[in-house]
Structure formats: structure tokens, C-alpha cells
Design a protein around this ligand. Structure first.
Ligand code: GLN
Length: 494
């Protein structure tokens, strides 16, 4: 039999329905692949083999009876940011040591409702803060891709680096991820996978460890545009437990995938042509424009004048919200606790030991920009900038633009332990230069693998859509995927 782990999510789902193989077999194949690969890739921080076997068995019983949901028997990986009842949930942080929630996040409960099987929890940057998956307490995730003729280890991007690496290396049929400033789209671009950051409010945030609540959104990372549409269909939906969740019906995303782009107006924002951007990224962008035109889209130059302020404003808003959200980790209610001479000492010692360097940096920045005297100068101003960024997008969409095409990242995957980025955190932050605008404006975005650089590493393009119009992104994303016609399969070395 062909290797079951290589099937797309759609093909696995169909094969299960047709009883070409069972969920028990498919699940066992994934667990075996994880066991072999994880010592090299470090994509999973916890494997829930017992749960996986039990869920697969249940799915097989349903499938045998001709029943089951849209994901019946399909094995998925779950980012460690999602609360999974009774199963390791630590946001890849030391401070949540041994935390096992009493409840299930809304997004994961919808996946289980639809029949999916949980393989385990995926590594990530600590509290989703990072762009390389090197801030995890559990160590870095390694990208399954390597440059031609090189054995150097590359990062998979972050913060959903475990999700991206696992999907790319066939260690799950699809994965959940979250995106606050680019954490779904950037790792997808760096691993040749598809990542979807839905409109803010499309997926419930209930039961997802909060980073920056006004920016956080859950979404899928998958191997194809169709797979990502299928997953989002199960993940999305109104949830009264999240007051920012949108009370809207979930469209049939998968049905939109083959719609094409004929007659659509695609905007090309001039501000995304950054100084010092590698020529290969510019070429890929031009190639994407040509593909969309060839399929009948009208391409139009647009301007989003406040783009350059998005990254600085994000690095005020996101840390501000993080410093507030992370105040709850005090050593009393969850996870790690140090003994101190009094309660204040206990708080201080637990937080000093439990949080990593990047998380501490964010808490300090956030506390600073929210403090009396600086609040107006930083936080209030950043919120005003945010409104202007949102308005830029509204203007172009009101002028008839249906979606916007940009590069997904300013470079291909970089090396683990990159000295430049270690020395200067702002260099790391620049990875999100094309993605943060979308979070600041609450819009949907998709990253689709579209080409390779001269070293053979995957590069992605990003499409940005109107609020709650993920369907157009799937349709246009599929055109890019089909036009590229590349099988984004890394050469296994692990
Ligand atoms: N890299 C960005 C940050 O570190 C975005 C992270 C994310 O989207 N979770 O804040």
C-alpha cells in the first residue's frame, strides 16, 4: 500500500469513506511517522497516542455504519496553544508546567465533533511570541526543508512552527494554528504549506491561550488550499462563549476553491515593495500577478499608505495586551510555582523562572507602554495608527478591489540560531512586515506556496481579503497553487 501519511486531507477523508483503509491504520501510520521523525524535527511536544487510538476506533465504528462527520477518522495535530481536556496544554512555556485543562477549546471541540482524531500537541514559540519557533521552552522546531547541497538546520518560522513542520513532513493530515501577527502565514510560507488566518471573529478564541486578544485568530495549516478550506469549515463558527465571535453562518469554503478568479479585481500595493527585498521575492510576486491575469483577473496598482507604521504599532499593541493577559500566570493558579518568603516573592520568583527571555521582553514593553504618562504617547497613538491602517484597506475594497496580492515573507527559511536575529530582536520582528497589517485590520489572509528560491527553498505569496470573504482567498489561492504546479515535498532526511 502507498504511504497513507502522504495523502492529502481530502484524499484521506475520501479513502476512509470508501473504506480503502481504516482510521486505525491511518492513525497508526501517522504515530509511527511521528515516532521516527520527532527526535529530529521536534514538532510535537506531546503525543496523545491513547486518545488517538480510541478516537480512531470510534471513527471506524461510525464509518462502518455509513455515518460520521466531514473529518471522520482524519488525524490532526493541535498547536499547544489550544486547551485540550486532560491533555498537555502549556503554550510551550515552562510556567504552564504540567497544566492539563478541565475543558476543551471551542475550535478543537468542533474538530472532534466532525470526527477528527487528535495525534498530539504541536510545538510553538512560547506563548506564540516569535517568528522562528526558537523561543519554545521545548527547544526549536526544525524545518523539514534544507537548502540544496546543505545540511544546515533551518527554522520553520513561527510561532506555529510545530504545526507547519508537522504538516510539511507528513506527521499529520492538517494542523491547527494561530496568528496574531503572522504566525500561521509565515511558517506556512517557510515550509511550503498553506496557512489561513481567517477574519477576526470567524473562529472562536474560547479555550485558546490568549496572547493579544484583539489580534489573535485560529486557523488551519494544511498541505493544499482545498485541505485548508475543509479544515476551516470545521474550525469556524459563532460561539456565544467568545464575545468577539461573529454571529455569521459558515460558508461552504471547500465549494469556493475551484471558483477561479475570472472578473476579480486584484490589488497590488506599492508599499509592499520594501527596500532591500530579495530579487527572488519580487520575481515571485510578478509571477503571481501574471498567473492571476492569465486566469482572467484584473490586476490594479493600489496604495496602502500607512503600511510602514503597521509593524511599530503592532509591537506596541501586541505587547500591551500580552502584558495584561500574562498577568494571570502568577504561580498560584496554574503550572510552575516557586516558594518565596511571601506572596509577592512567590509571584516574582515563579514569573522570573517560568517565562523565557522573549516573553519577559514583551511583558516589559507592554507594561511600559501602558504605564501612566506613556499610555497616550504609545498605546493610544498605536491604536489611532491601527484605525488608519484599517481605513487604507477599506478604501481600496470600497473602490472595487476584491483581494490583494503580496509576498508572504521577506525571505525564505533562515538558519537556526541566526546571529543577526539573535543580536537584534527587531530583525526577527521584520519577518512579519507583510503579515501584521492584516491582523491590525482584522482581515482574512492566506499564504500559498508559489515558488522556490535559488537554494530550492519554498517561497509563499499572500492574498488578503475583505472581512468574512475567505471564499475569494480560497479561489484565488487555488489558482496560484495550480499555476505554480509544484509538489512542495521536502526530501526526507529525518
Ligand atoms: N511574530 C509575531 C510576534 O512575535 C507574531 C506572532 C503570532 O502571530 N503569534 O508577535
Amino acid at each position: 500500500m502507498t504511504d497513507l501519511t502522504r495523502l492529502t486531507l481530502a484524499a484521506a477523508r475520501d479513502g476512509l469513506k470508501q473504506k480503502s483503509f481504516s482510521s486505525a491504520e491511518l492513525t497508526a501510520a501517522y504515530l509511527k511517522a511521528i515516532e521516527a521523525a520527532n527526535p529530529s524535527l521536534n514538532a510535537y511536544v506531546a503525543v496523545s497516542a491513547d486518545e488517538a487510538h480510541a478516537m480512531a476506533k470510534q471513527s471506524d465504528a461510525k464509518l462502518a455504519a455509513g455515518e460520521g462527520g466531514p473529518l471522520e477518522g482524519v488525524p490532526l495535530g493541535i498547536k499547544d496553544l489550544f486547551a485540550t481536556k486532560g491533555v498537555h496544554t502549556q503554550a510551550a512555556s515552562h510556567i504552564l508546567d504540567s497544566f492539563k485543562p478541565e475543558y476543551e477549546s471551542t475550535v478543537t471541540s468542533q474538530l472532534w465533533r466532525d470526527g477528527a482524531v487528535m495525534l498530539g500537541k504541536l510545538n510553538m514559540d512560547e506563548f506564540a511570541m516569535g517568528s522562528s519557533n526558537e523561543t519554545s521552552y521545548y527547544g526549536p522546531v526544525i524545518n523539514p526543508w534544507r537548502a540544496d547541497n546543505s545540511n544546515a538546520q533551518l527554522v520553520p518560522g513561527g510561532s506555529s512552527g510545530g504545526s507547519a513542520s508537522a504538516v510539511s513532513a507528513w506527521l499529520c493530515a492538517g494542523a491547527t494554528a494561530t496568528d496574531t501577527g503572522g504566525s500561521i502565514r509565515q511558517p506556512a510560507a517557510l515550509t511550503g504549506t498553506v496557512g489561513v488566518k481567517p477574519t477576526y471573529g470567524r473562529c472562536s478564541r474560547w479555550g485558546i491561550v490568549a496572547f493579544a486578544s484583539s489580534l489573535d485568530q485560529a486557523g488551519p495549516i494544511a498541505r493544499t488550499v482545498e485541505d485548508s478550506a475543509i479544515m476551516l469549515g470545521s474550525m469556524a463558527g459563532f460561539d456565544p462563549k467568545d464575545s468577539t465571535s461573529a454571529e455569521l453562518a459558515v460558508p461552504d469554503f471547500a465549494a469556493a476553491v475551484e471558483r477561479g478568479v475570472k472578473g476579480l479585481v486584484i490589488g497590488i500595493p506599492r508599499e509592499y515593495r520594501m527596500d532591500g527585498m530579495p530579487e527572488e521575492i519580487e520575481q515571485l510576486w510578478q509571477q503571481g500577478i501574471a498567473w492571476l491575469k492569465a486566469e482572467g483577473a484584473e490586476v490594479r496598482d493600489i496604495t496602502l499608505p500607512h503600511t510602514k507604521y503597521a509593524l511599530p504599532a503592532y509591537y506596541i499593541v501586541a505587547p500591551a495586551e500580552a502584558s495584561s493577559n500574562l498577568a494571570r500566570y502568577d504561580g498560584v493558579k496554574f503550572g510552575l510555582r516557586d516558594t518565596g518568603k511571601d506572596i509577592t516573592d512567590l509571584y516574582n520568583l515563579s514569573r522570573a523562572e517560568g517565562f523565557g527571555r522573549e516573553v519577559k521582553r514583551r511583558v516589559m514593553i507592554g507594561t511600559y507602554v501602558l504605564s501612566a504618562g506613556y499610555y497616550d504617547a504609545y498605546y493610544v497613538r498605536a491604536q489611532k495608527v491601527r484605525t488608519l491602517i484599517k481605513r487604507d484597506f477599506e478604501t481600496v475594497f470600497n473602490d472595487g478591489v476584491d483581494a490583494i496580492l503580496t509576498p508572504a515573507t521577506p525571505s525564505a527559511a533562515f538558519g537556526v540560531g541566526d546571529e543577526d536575529m539573535k543580536a537584534d530582536p527587531v530583525k526577527m520582528y521584520l519577518n512579519d512586515v507583510f503579515t501584521v497589517t492584516v491582523n491590525m485590520a482584522g482581515l482574512p489572509g492566506i499564504a500559498v506556496p508559489a515558488g522556490k528560491d535559488s537554494a530550492g527553498l519554498p517561497l509563499g505569496l499572500q492574498l488578503i481579503g475583505k472581512p468574512f470573504d475567505e471564499e475569494t482567498l480560497f479561489a484565488a489561492g487555488r489558482v496560484l497553487e495550480r499555476s505554480a504546479g509544484i509538489d512542495f515535498a521536502p526530501t526526507p532526511w529525518w
